[in-house]
Design a protein. Structure first.
Length: 74
């Protein structure tokens, strides 16, 4: 069985920025920060904001499995 995956979308531009397989890691956090700088520069008020400050600009929701895909092997 595979782990839960999540869609991370920007609250400013509504675009999907990443699909994560769990907890956001340092590389993904950098990607989210870069997106915010490009999309909404005023959202990033510090060069290295805390993780919570960055994540509050994104919507994180579970990725629903595709009903057409074969079931995961047990």
């Amino acid at each position: 069985m595979t782990g839960q995956r999540f869609i991370i979308s920007c609250l400013h531009c509504k675009r999907i920025v990443a699909i994560a397989g769990g907890i956001v890691d340092a590389e993904q956090l950098a990607q989210l920060g870069a997106h915010l700088v490009a999309c909404s520069p005023r959202a990033m008020d510090a060069p290295s904001p805390p993780i919570e400050t960055t994540l509050r600009h994104f919507r994180i929701e579970p990725l629903e499995p595709d009903d057409r895909s074969p079931p995961a092997a047990a």
